[in-house]
Design a protein around this ligand. Sequence first.
Ligand SMILES: *Cc1c(COP(=O)(O)O)cnc(C)c1O
Length: 376
Amino acid sequence: MINFNIPPFTGKEPEYMAQAIQNHKISGDGEFTKRCNRWIEDRTGTAKALLTTSCTHATEMAALLADIKPGDEVIMPSYTFVSTADAFVLRGATAVFVDIRPDTMNINETLIEDAITEKTRAIVPVHYAGVSCEMDTIMDIANRHNLIVVEDAAQGVMASYKGKALGTIGDYGCFSFHETKNYSMGEGGCLLIRNPENAEKAEIIREKGTNRSKFFRGEIDKYTWVEAGSSYLPSDMNAAYLWAQLEIADEIYADRMRTWEHYYEALTPLKEAGRIELPVIPEGCVHNAHMFYIKAKDLEERSALITFLKSHEISSVFHYIPLHGAPAGQKYGRFHGEDRYTTKESERLVRLPLYYGLEPEKVQTVCEKITEFYSR
Ligand SMILES: *Cc1c(COP(=O)(O)O)cnc(C)c1O
């Protein structure tokens, strides 16, 4: 069986987790959490990185920091994971869905401005497959309309747009270290904060609304409740697990990229024959090989392909069912404009096996079976 995903594992995780335990500091903000935060700050250039219990929680923190209130509207794509909407809907906001671009499956930046009303407070671009949204246009719209930008960069760790790391362009960026992502701590994430002025409030929200972080740094002599907050700190054991992977992040990146390029090259003849479509990486975008997908002609052909691959012991999977058609999407959101591509393109997309350590022979087998499917 060729699995769709095997969570990344480097071999060093047990040793680092044992160290965290021996330090008698497995609660939040221990040595490994600090190392991970610093690594993310150094590698991305963000002013502040705070490890969280998930990307969902990082997005919830961003919604709290942005002071999203009932009745506010937040613009986002419908083709995304539920967390993108949940974080804002929990604050009482309405999710306003805008159509995607068929080439990248990202929010169509040219449709955003038309969806803005006097209630709009934020834009949430989702960098699908680690390929950046058109951020210059999005930031320009946000600046002109005084809107906050929260990047859902769950899939975008180690990817960039015009030389800037994803997650560092908007006011806030959210990473995921879930086991389905390129770097994992089981469950976990990170909030990236562009403006250092927002860092203190973020620390407070993450520490149950207290200024405990300042207290631990010796900046104040007792801590107190100063804001409405919650608990978003991961255990240092999970951070130790992640550290083993961040330490060799470039190697994991290169390994995934080899698989991605292999797929791209081996499947190009089918693309040129007009049978399938391959991912598009716009100029200025450096992706991170988070995902390799192809697009079949339609839903029916996709289902047949998935079944065919399964019969040859290859696991391939489709992805998001657009949020606007889901029960909660109808309750908490609305689609602005026409759904030209969101539903149609999502029904054609199928993701191929891709994980750290996937053997080239297996990649070759997948490509051969897809080619066989299309030559029947
Ligand atoms: C994985 C993912 C999330 C959620 O990440 P968690 O760390 O599991 O909370 C959110 N948005 C997108 C686009 C994702 O791919």
